[in-house]
Design a protein around this ligand. Structure first.
Ligand code: DP6
Length: 335
């Protein structure tokens, strides 16, 4: 048993947006997904999390954005701390303080940045010295997409083939500097509905009930290869249509889930249509849309097209704010 002294660490971690989506857990015990996924880590946005193990505490105290967390959000953090404690051979309770510099549960993937930061801070404070890969393997037990937020730039979370999950981890494909012209225009839409069903539950409903799930799985290995290649070659003509194809496939399995999962608002749908129209008018793909389990839309484009794309989309009725975000660095310890 490690000596029960106070110990503390702070990590910052960014959210990420998936270009190829994780949606479906093959092995819930080991948090192994059905398919590999690819994402872009986003600059400027971040969760900052401090974990302090304190022998005087009788239970874990969790503060999220300055408020005491209860129920589901607290339980998720406590379960995660239990996993870290078991691994470190400690039993000390902890105080966790986490803040986001963007709205929580807004579809901006606060669970990815939050659990990536928690994985880093909790493991460091508990005295575990984990490699980035091992950290990605730990983070996925909090939230699958958190495994990818450990790394900056363009990241693949490999589902792996082993039953024990040892080859299931995230790895950087290309650093944030790989494609400096690529930008993500994030369009925040009005009254984005707060998520009713947790992604973890929603995706398992899809696995159980969507008649489209098996077909999607069959397409994914090839799509992963094509997205990887388009990124390697910095090829917008391939990348933009591909991410829209993938986003449409993700939306189709959601919509055909029983009960149906509909994350978009009328404004989100208008944005998708406008991106299609813009590309058709230009005669080539100037932009590509994607969205997660939320109503905000991410539109990828190149710096040279950004003024045109923004002029077309940012002032649509129902769009309340737009942010221009580039690929950024991964999680890091700051104290
Ligand atoms: C649509 O990683 O948030 O954003 O593991 O339940 O926390 P949990 O799910 P989460 O789901 C992400 C779903 C997605 C696609 C993706 O990010 O790959």
């Amino acid at each position: 048993m490690a000596t029960e002294i106070e110990s503390k660490a702070t990590f910052e971690a960014p959210p990420n947006i998936a270009l190829v989506k994780y949606w479906g857990v093959r092995d819930p015990e080991r948090a192994i997904p059905y398919n590999s996924s690819i994402s872009v880590t986003l600059e400027r946005l971040r969760s900052r999390t401090t974990v302090r193990f304190d022998p005087d505490l009788t239970e874990d105290e969790v503060l999220l954005n300055g408020e005491v967390a209860t129920d589901g959000p607290r339980d998720g953090v406590v379960r995660f701390l239990d996993r870290v404690r078991a691994r470190a051979g400690r039993s000390t309770r902890a105080e966790v303080r986490s803040t986001n510099n963007f709205p929580t549960a807004s579809g901006l993937a606060s669970s990815a940045s939050g659990f990536a930061a928690l994985a880093g801070a909790a493991s460091a404070a508990a005295g575990l010295r984990l490699s980035p890969r091992a950290l990605s393997q730990l983070a996925r037990f909090g939230s699958g997409s958190a495994s990818r937020s450990i790394f900056g730039g363009f990241v693949e979370w490999r589902a792996g083939a082993r039953a024990d999950g040892r080859d299931c981890y995230a790895r950087p494909l290309f650093g944030p500097e790989h494609w400096p012209e690529l930008v993500d225009l994030v369009l925040l839409v009005e009254r984005a509905p707060v998520k009713q069903v947790r992604s973890a539950d929603a995706m398992q409903q899809t696995v159980r009930t969507s008649p489209e799930f098996a077909g999607r799985q069959a397409e994914l290995p090839d799509r992963i290869r094509r997205v990887h290649r388009a990124l390697r070659e910095r090829d917008p003509d391939r990348l933009f249509p591909l991410i829209m194809e993938e986003c449409d496939s993700f939306r189709k399995v959601c919509e055909t889930t029983r009960p149906s999962l509909d994350y978009l608002t009328a404004t989100s749908r208008t944005i998708l249509t406008e991106v299609d129209r813009l590309n058709r008018t230009a005669g080539r793909p100037l932009a590509g849309y994607t969205h997660d389990a939320g109503a905000h839309v991410h539109v990828f484009t190149l710096t040279e097209h950004l003024p045109r794309v923004r002029a077309r989309l940012a002032r649509l009725p129902g769009v309340v704010r737009s942010l221009t975000v580039r690929p950024g660095p991964g999680a890091r310890r700051i104290a």
